[in-house]
Design a binder for this molecule. Structure first.
Ligand code: ATP
Length: 454
């Protein structure tokens, strides 16, 4: 890694305007719960900024639930943004309404994972592909029929398929129909949301090839959302890695795969399962689960699972096993705070009766029972366990944070009151960006730590 320059916004580097088709700035999409008992929104997309260049395929990867689909849908206004901007060739489309939005929508379309749910079984293939043309009152009915027949040809189907129904086609053919429909209005930008995940491996390559051919032929720009990192590596020019509503790293595909900078990218890539001929789809597995997006942690979104979370100076030399125990303890207390306990469970806990939740004492023993914990650390952990045992989870977490928290948990280095968030650091000559305090000169030794682990 040659450079480590802090930058406040990704992709604000010098670029000619014509390079950039979409500029996303501090975009947030929150879902309100709609429940009287729960007033915190789900922060599905929580302030992302990046550019999409004309003609490129930008991959969007990350674990299930990190906000990929919501981001894709918000970019084409199928979901309303809570805050921020999405500039398409300079126009902020989050502010378009009524006719203007309707007109603009022709430029941007979406291909869905499951072609079955997007194709109406009671319509013929011709009617399905023609529908967007009918809705937008495109030219004459005869022109529309002609256009549909040519689209069928473009996607590798034949004009005779016009009068058939979706159930008469295979999964791969149905996805071709979905793609033809997407192309009907000549869009410039397409969000491909897991377009091949539901298909047999043998068919996946055919659809990927088709998408690449169509991109060349019609100068399309793609946002390619996927779980399968090998497909992303094959098709994408650049990749954005998403975690808990944030973009953790973004840059050229090959570079990001061979020399990941962000600890989360490392974790994601190291969890790629070995190829298994019996598996139809690779799943990403990573230790632990991401926090609930209603309750994202302060500081870095990945801090609760990060293997290289920065330690405060006074605990720099603490044994790794104790440190991991402390991180585990913190997570369990966080989860207890959110756990959906019935009143009965709460009453049983209050009276020290057995419940389906492990008691704090049991948890403590499991985490630290066989480990030599230094006295001063043990004193803090005992206070924490006592608070958590009394259902004062927030006080327990505050105590843990005061003792073991660092800049990664949002603790301001000079004791400032406001939580600090990471910044984007330029981590290569290509302008690849990574959202992590470890790239700060002060904590730079991480790169060795990470390399040792991979
Ligand atoms: N309509 C909705 N209302 C409330 N919450 C939602 C809604 N849609 C998504 N979410 C929540 O927003 C978060 C992000 O979901 P999203 O589907 O965007 O993630 P994803 O990365 O695409 O997941 P997957 O890979 O499983 O499709 C999740 O916690 C999800 O439960």
């Amino acid at each position: 890694m040659s450079q480590n320059t802090a930058s406040t916004t990704p992709d604000d580097r010098a670029e000619t305007p014509s390079d950039t088709m979409v500029k996303v700035r501090d975009l947030k999409t929150y879902y309100d719960s709609g429940s009287l008992l729960e007033d915190r929104p789900v922060k599905a997309v929580d302030g992302v900024s990046f550019d999409i260049r004309r003609g490129e395929t930008l991959g969007l990867v990350g674990e299930s639930g990190c906000g990929k689909t919501t981001l894709g849908r918000t970019l084409i206004q199928l979901e309303e943004a809570t805050d921020g901007e999405v500039l398409f060739d300079g126009t902020d489309i989050t502010s378009l309404r009524g006719d203007q939005l309707y007109e603009w929508r022709q430029n941007a379309q979406m291909v869905f994972q499951d072609p079955d749910s997007s194709l109406n079984d009671r319509m013929t293939i011709g009617e399905i592909i023609r529908e967007p043309l009918d809705v937008h009152d495109w030219k004459t009915p005869a022109d529309r029929r002609k256009r549909v027949k040519s689209l069928l040809d473009e996607v590798g189907l034949s004009p005779e398929h016009y009068y058939r129904y979706p159930h008469q086609f295979s999964g791969g053919q149905r996805q071709r129909i979905g793609i033809a429909r997407t192309l009907a209005l000549n869009p410039e930008f397409i969000v491909l949301d897991e377009p091949v995940s539901a298909l047999d491996v043998s068919v996946q390559a055919e659809i990927i090839n088709l998408l690449e051919e169509l991109q060349d032929e019609f100068d399309l720009t793609y946002l390619f959302i996927a779980h399968d990192l090998s497909v992303v590596r094959h098709i994408c020019d650049r990749v954005a890695v998403m975690y808990l509503g944030n973009i953790m790293e973004i840059g050229p595909t090959e570079e990001l795969f061979t020399d990941p900078a962000n600890p989360y990218t490392h974790a994601l890539l190291s969890a790629i399962p070995k190829p298994d001929p019996t598996a139809s789809r690779d799943r990403i597995t990573l230790h632990g689960t991401p926090p609930n997006p209603r309750y994202p942690p302060t500081g870095c979104p990945f801090s609760t699972r990060c293997p290289v979370r920065i330690r405060p100076d006074k605990h720099e030399d603490l044994d790794d096993e104790v440190w991991e125990g402390i991180n585990g303890f913190r997570e369990i207390i966080r989860e207890r705070m959110r756990a959906d306990r019935s009143i009965r469970e709460r009453v049983r806990e209050r009276f020290g009766l057995e419940t389906r939740f492990a008691t704090i004492d049991e948890t403590y023993d499991e985490l630290f029972g066989d480990t030599a914990v230094p006295d001063e650390v043990e004193r803090v952990l005992t206070d924490v366990a006592e608070a958590a045992g009394n259902h004062e989870e927030q006080a327990a977490l505050d105590r843990l944070n005061a003792e073991f928290g660092s800049v990664c948990d949002g603790v301001a280095p000079e004791g400032g009151a406001d939580p600090v968030e990471p910044e984007y650091y330029e981590v290569s000559d290509s302008g690849r960006l990574s959202y992590c305090h470890r790239h700060d000169a002060e904590h730079r030794e991480t790169e060795t730590v990470l390399d040792d682990r991979s």
